[in-house]
Design a binder for this molecule. Sequence first.
Ligand code: PLP
Length: 458
Amino acid sequence: MIEELRSLPSVDRVLNDARVRKAGEAFPHETVVGVIRRVLEEKRLVMRAEGKAIAPDDVIAAVVSELEGLAELSLRRVVNATGVILHTNLGRAPLSEDAIAVMREVSSGYCNLEFDLEAGSRGSRESHVEALLCELTGAEAAAVVNNNAAAVLLGLTALARRREVVVSRGQAVEIGGGFRIPDVMRQSGAKLVEVGTTNRTYAHDYEEAITERTVALMRVHSSNFRIIGFTSGVTLEELVAIARRHDLLVLDDLGSGCLLDTTVYGLSPEPMVQQSVRGGASLVFFSGDKLLGGPQAGIIVGQKQCVEKLRRHPMMRALRMDKVRLAALAVTLGHYLRGEAVARVPVWRMIAAPLSVLEERVRKWLEACDGAEVVEGETMVGGGSIPGSGLPTRLLAIAGRGGNSPQALARLLRARKVPVVGRVEKDRLLLDSRTVLPEEDGIVLEALCDISRRLKRG
Ligand SMILES: *Cc1c(COP(=O)(O)O)cnc(C)c1O
């Protein structure tokens, strides 16, 4: 055993290995030594547990791999060719050029985040987006927080703690990524009162559940699933009417929250924020990085009195947004106000891209990749919006050949400097042109040349 432990190389020997020196050249001496010590310690434990020797080269390889991991940025840009526009795992909405520019600008130096330039004294960070949000949605007041999950949690905590909130059983759901309405409700201290059945809820179900402890009726948009067939729900207008009779609030979690009409593009209707405000919701909650196409944010619009209560709650301070995303949100909202969202906001550029343009682009992709073909398909909006309804699209389909399975080809694309992420379906690698921005075509073309070479080699 002692003999075997001795077979581990010394720190100095590892440190002086050419491979380690190269991998560690960007780091201070102490950092490299620290990594070596840690790896040696781990190997020593493995040797003790398994009772066998470890080759010095194994130690070197482990140290090099750790150092390379530290040197390389883990979070990187990728090209989304998956066919899901709002892909949560790929960071949801890409931002407009102007939004990116302002993020750089406000973070390169200082900014007037909480500073009133006219008065020369303290200002409010939310002033930068509130007027825009009110103008766009028709609401009296608006507030923004870290994300929509935070917005709903804050809303329930500030308004419904120790009180009851009535929700249809069909809406007490999990939205994905661990956002479950019953759990959020519990966390906020509000008591969830479920009414109706999974598929049918009527106005009288809400009415009968109201007690003197009830503070609000809540609607949760069934973002990422759809119940079809024998169903019945209560409209927002009906909820508002019941709430008025009983002096209650109406909380509306829209999820995606959309400012434009999706049916123009042949999609199913996604509830619009303006409709909820006009319909009389006390507060409307939605995400910044779903169909709005902006940065991650939780947006709350509605009646001034309610918004003020949220703003004054101590939790607001813990959930507030940072200057960089706030700036990007303001620019994104500006695109809508100027009527240029479809031309400027990437998510809407993708939704609105004509099929003829997609066809033309995929034909170019095809030229770079022998043996592939252009196929028809559907792009999903994703991100918890418009379930079960897609946009027609054109994809490049590459069949696996010889030693190259479609999975291996997909891996090859993911291993590139700018990874291209597609999807494998029915033994083919599919790349959807709708979720790739035209300015990314060059990256896709290079990747396809690589695949083409690989396929030729067999
Ligand atoms: C997506 C979604 C949320 C969570 O929003 P995040 O911005 O991801 O926190 C909450 N409610 C509904 C209905 C959603 O669709």
